[in-house]
Write a protein that binds this ligand. Structure first.
Ligand SMILES: [Zn+2]
Length: 228
């Protein structure tokens, strides 16, 4: 509960996506099977996400779960697929989400999922336009968990990474009708720091202290001694 409140403060809309590390294994949550689907993207191939066995050394950090917070009881509800999630997100400010929007669910039911450090959470922004038909919106978490990067895959399989690239693509493909640059958003969710895996933080910290040690060694000779 404590963890949920700060996110409410920052992001009253409270749309969240849940990342599943590695295999996307869900510990006994009693989740519906369809919510556990994790698309894994191998770092090397930009081809459509295909569920593959995780290769050693690579961390395919793609979104594995979608959750939205109820505006009334603040419980987290899982959303079964990306399409539904995008739909809720696209109009969240006008139509706040509540438990009762899920069939046969009310605020009296236990939360579907808890926002804790068993998974890495990323907080999304509300009112991001729904991805136009034929396009696919992709979010990739950087290896050091510092941030996410957004891009779209076009119906012809081209990757576009900015509004300028979208505009150029639409210009070059006039047969794609009813789609405008404004239908694309490169706004990325924010990584919830408390949910970044410990080993990633440790690795980062040790890299930092190594650099510090090096820096201070190099600077030792001529660094003036600070006087009080
Ligand atoms: Zn509720």
């Amino acid at each position: 509960m404590d963890l949920v409140q700060p996110s409410l403060g920052m992001d009253p809309a409270g749309v969240n996506q849940v990342w599943i590390r590695n295999q996307g294994y869900l510990p006994a949550c009693g989740l519906p099977e369809r919510a556990t689907v994790v698309s894994e993207m191998s770092q090397a191939s930009p081809s459509p996400a295909t569920p593959t066995s995780s290769k050693k050394g690579s961390t395919p950090n793609t979104i594995g779960l979608y959750a939205v917070q109820c505006g009334e009881c603040f419980k987290w509800r899982l959303i079964s697929n990306e399409d539904e999630y995008e739909d809720i997100r696209s109009k969240l400010l006008e139509e706040p989400f509540t438990c009762s929007k899920k069939p046969n669910v009310s605020c009296n039911d236990a939360a579907d999922i808890e926002k804790d450090a068993t998974r890495t959470w990323v907080i999304d922004k509300p009112n991001i336009p729904k991805t136009p038909p034929g396009f696919k919106r992709k979010l990739v978490l950087r290896r050091d968990f510092s941030k996410l990067d957004a891009h779209y895959v076009t119906p012809t399989g081209k990757k576009v990474r900015s509004s300028t690239e979208v505009a150029k693509y639409l210009e070059e493909n006039p047969d794609i009708k009813g789609v405008a640059v404004g239908d694309f958003s490169f706004t990325v969710p924010k990584v919830v720091e408390e949910t970044i895996p410990k080993d990633v933080i440790e690795k980062k910290a040790s890299a930092r202290s190594e650099k510090k040690a090096k820096d201070s060694k190099a600077g030792d000779a001529k660094a003036p001694v600070p006087k009080e």
